[in-house]
Design a binder for this molecule. Structure first.
Ligand code: SDX
Length: 429
């Protein structure tokens, strides 16, 4: 990656001048790398609310406008016109591919979808009721035990094959995690199917009969995967970058990202949001839950609402809501939870608390209703998020390794513990 920071001036901190850089879009940054050395101070920013951890050229979010760009292309345009493999190429390569580039990339992914035959044994250690995310954490972390020929992060060929393997095998592993929990045999990937069709076939076909992947379902899920692919330096992507900064192999880094994504404040929110809608159950109970969400004494939050960056509508939620309507209509499903979700959204968006705090629906608010309509159990929702986000994680991991400013991540702290003191032998206590 070639750094494209443009120095626009300096700003004074503690009487010293620090460089200010501007990027293509978004806020300028103050380069404080020398602050700790030149002053006796660190910055203090728990949760990194005002901290740019890196320079990146992959994704940009304008939280005030509610826009999301993958390599400059608006997410709405990619969701409408692209497919998973082309969108993945854009995130990894930086530009829209020509026909040959797209075919070559599609083949590279297709021909890495199988997993080592011994990999199946790994699943047998889990209970059948294991959460698919627990299985994914373990299984993906174990990949490095099978692919020693692509774990040298300083070798460009290793990095390239690891990228292809990661993107190609995630659907196979996610489908295996699902099949294992429902007690059905694993289904091999098929090279004649497109990426998302292949995943649906591995999830829902059974040896006992022919299975035809629904084009409506495949198209909707492909769009959902594109929406979930990348999102700047969110918690799980930052986890992957931090793990990768130590030189850890890509499979271990992605496993770390999966673990972080699982949290209900992050990728686990799609599962939590659907369970919340199921708990609310009907439109007349919405006021009770809105009150709970506003009650400072109550830890309950509206799952699928709010965002660290978006202080406007999450553009992905707009696309998700439209896809949900299309899928329910196409499959002729009357899901009462969709009516509860729309009424909850309407009420919340008029409520002073949500308006003042700029809390809008995020991508997780509607995704659960769509995924349930496509036939997935609730505990698979975050595994699907992880499948799609693997593209962003691996693209960010690649960029981090090629960043001229990259070094091992090692934040500092402000210490407020006990002052230095001597050990007291037992007799003196
Ligand atoms: C994802 O980072 C990413 O990009 C993530 C993601 C991605 O693609 O990678 O977009 C995916 O994680 C989407 C978010 C999914 N999470 C949820 O839907 C869980 C519910 N949302 C919240 O937990 C919360 O909004 C966060 C975690 C998403 C954001 O939290 P912040 O930025 O730390 O904001 P905050 O917790 O400081 O909230 C600000 C205020 C607080 O009130 P005050 O203390 O100022 O009085 O808003 C309140 C919060 O109590 N608040 C909510 C709320 N979210 C924030 N109150 C009720 N319900 C909510 N959902």
């Amino acid at each position: 990656m070639e750094s494209k920071l443009i120095k626009t001036g300096t700003t004074e901190i503690d009487g010293l001048e620090f460089p200010v850089y501007e990027g293509t879009h978004g806020q300028d940054v103050i380069d404080i790398r020398a602050l700790g050395k030149q002053t006796d101070k660190f910055t203090f920013d728990p949760g990194y609310t005002s901290t740019a951890s890196c320079e990146s050229q992959i994704t940009f979010i304008d939280g005030d406008e509610g826009t999301l760009l993958y390599r400059g292309y608006p997410i709405e345009q990619l969701a409408e016109n692209s497919d998973f493999i082309e969108a993945a190429y854009v995130l990894l390569g930086g530009d829209l591919p020509n026909a040959q580039e797209l075919e070559d990339f599609r083949n590279n992914i297709t021909y890495h979808t199988m997993v080592h035959e011994h990999f199946k044994n790994f699943f047998n250690g889990f209970r059948r009721d294991a959460h698919p995310m627990a299985v994914m954490c373990g299984a993906v972390g174990a990949l490095s035990a099978f692919y020693h020929d692509s774990t040298d992060v300083n070798n460009p060929e290793h990095r390239q094959v690891a990228v292809h393997r990661m993107i190609a095998k995630m659907p196979t592993i996610a489908a295996m995690a699902y099949k294992y929990t429902v007690g059905q045999p694993f289904v091999f990937p098929r090279n004649d199917l497109q990426y998302t069709e292949n995943f649906l076939n591995m999830c829902f076909s059974v040896p006992a009969e022919d299975y035809k992947v629904s084009e409506v379902c495949a198209s909707a899920l492909d769009k959902i995967f594109i929406l979930h692919m990348d999102h700047e330096q969110n918690a799980s992507t930052s986890t992957v970058r931090l793990a990768g900064s130590s030189g850890a192999n890509p499979f271990a880094c992605i496993a770390a990202g999966i673990a972080c994504l699982w949290g209900p404040a992050h990728g686990g929110a799609n599962e939590a949001a659907l369970r919340m809608l199921m708990e609310i159950g009907s439109v007349d109970r919405i006021p009770e839950y809105i009150a709970k969400a506003k009650d400072k004494q109550d830890p309950f939050r509206l799952m699928g609402f709010g965002h660290r960056v978006y202080k406007n509508y999450d553009p992905r939620a707009n696309v998700m809501r439209k896809a949900t309507r299309e899928v329910l209509d196409a499959l002729d499903i009357k899901d009462p939870l969709f009516a509860v979700a729309k009424e909850l959204e309407r009420i919340a968006l008029e409520d002073e608390y949500f308006v003042e705090k700029k809390l809008y629906p995020n991508i997780d608010f509607y995704s659960g209703i769509t995924l349930r309509a496509l036939g997935f159990p609730t505990d698979m929702f975050t595994a699907l998020f992880a499948l799609a986000r693997t593209v962003g994680w691996i693209a960010q991991w690649q960029e981090m390794l090629s960043d001229p400013n990259q070094k091992i991540g090692r934040p500092r702290q402000i210490y407020t513990g006990a002052a230095k003191r001597d050990y007291v032998p037992m007799a003196g206590r």
